[in-house]
Design a protein around this ligand. Structure first.
Ligand code: SOE
Length: 389
């Protein structure tokens, strides 16, 4: 085991950051690291190293995204005294090994969702995170949609009781990048690399939002999974798709509220639509990621003739995160959620506080995903009917 380096950092030295991965998520996180200090008051840090498997490509990406150096072996960064934070943007099958080693080496860890590909890996990560936390080493999972200002506002309104008792919530995350049956195999379609399909990739976000917004716990789950295209063109000919294309679940919450969750990567025409609808006895909220600066709010305490959904443009300085950005009405985008995430992570590190969502919260989502898979496999919740037209 490597000797922890975190505690030996002189307080006047900026935090040294390394990121692992330079594809889609690596690019989104790099952009956040590059911009966060221009907008938010965060502790001093330096973008030290970007790590990736291909030496030429990672060197190019490091130069483009503002990293001082690049490396091809993630283990090498754990040996370095000048690295305090490891940001893991690699695919899920690599999360557990890297995160556990980094925490044991005394590095603060941010890891992309889902936490891991299996419950066993996620549990081991949680044990390592708890041990590290005891030594002042922090960890967080990257459910970046918690940092959409409109959703942070939705959480505030729910916590203030503006919706009253929540009765039900609809969470749908719909994409269409797999709608074409001829689109090729990727690591995201192989169980051994992705763990699951739409379930782990996007139902994890939807379920995290249910838990985040309601501050509640799930007590019962029913699930259904489906793979519409079971074989796709691979590098060596047709290859079996071993994960789901779409998933459905109902969740019962401890409060008695019910959530429906629906996710698909084959919803033709839906590009990246995370839709949330929350219905309480005093009001309701509507959100769509494709219009992320807006929140629909119906106040059912008003006289009925004045009710109706109104659109709040969540772009005022008093809205979460927005004081740091542009004058009112100058809207923000998807990438800002990652900047907010880095801001919150750095702020927690400098305050010596455990950030949220923690690995424990990530593990909780994994248990719910596993229950969806279990229910789907058992078909226990399906009532068979004789097909009639
Ligand atoms: C999948 O298409 C994906 O890239 C997810 O992995 C991300 O978490 C989501 O934010 C956008 O869609």
């Amino acid at each position: 085991m490597t000797t922890p380096t975190h505690s030996s950092r002189p307080s006047d030295r900026p935090l040294g950051v390394a990121a692992i991965g330079y594809a889609f998520m690596g690019k989104a996180h790099s952009n956040a690291w590059r911009n966060v200090a221009s907008f938010f008051d965060v502790p001093a840090f330096e973008q030290k190293v970007l790590v990736g498997r291909d030496a030429t490509q990672v060197a190019d990406a490091a130069a483009k995204y503002g990293w001082a150096e690049s490396a091809t072996d993630w283990r090498s960064i754990l040996e370095r005294d000048d690295i305090d934070i490891v940001d893991i943007c690699a695919p899920g099958w690599m999360h557990a090994e890297i995160a556990i080693a980094a925490l044991e080496a005394g590095k603060h860890v941010l890891v992309e969702k889902p936490l891991a590909n299996t419950i066993a890996e996620a549990e081991a990560m949680t044990v390592a995170a708890a041990a590290a936390r005891g030594k002042g080493v922090q960890s967080m999972i990257g459910f970046n949609y918690r940092r959409v200002p409109a959703l942070a506002l939705a959480k505030e309104l729910i916590a203030e009781g503006r919706l009253g008792t929540i009765r039900h919530i609809r969470a749908a995350y719909l994409q269409d990048w797999l709608a074409d049956a001829e689109s090729p195999m990727t690591w995201r379609l192989r169980k051994e690399t992705a763990g699951s399909g739409a379930l782990g990739d996007i139902a994890s976000h939807a379920i995290d939002q249910v838990l985040y917004l309601l501050g509640d716990a799930v007590t019962e789950v029913t699930g259904r999974l489906h793979t519409f295209v079971s074989s796709r063109p691979g590098p060596d000919g047709p290859e079996d798709v071993t994960v789901d294309d779409a998933a459905w679940a109902t969740l019962t919450l401890a409060s008695g509220a019910i959530a429906s969750v629906e996710v698909s990567r084959m919803a033709t025409g839906q590009k990246n639509s995370l839709k949330l609808e929350i219905y309480g006895d005093k009001g309701s909220l509507l959100f769509d990621l494709e219009a992320l600066n807006e929140l629909g709010f119906l106040d059912a305490t008003l006289p009925v003739r004045e009710q109706g959904f109104r659109r709040i443009l969540v772009n005022e300085p008093e809205h979460p995160y927005l004081e740091a950005w542009w004058p009112q009405g100058h809207i923000i985008g998807w990438e800002h959620t990652f900047t907010h995430q880095i801001r919150d992570f750095l702020t927690s590190i400098s305050a010596g506080e455990a950030p949220s969502p923690s690995f424990e919260e990530g593990l909780n989502v994994q248990h719910i995903l596993a229950a969806v898979e279990e229910s789907a496999a058992a078909k226990s919740s399906l009532i068979q009917l004789n097909a009639t037209t």
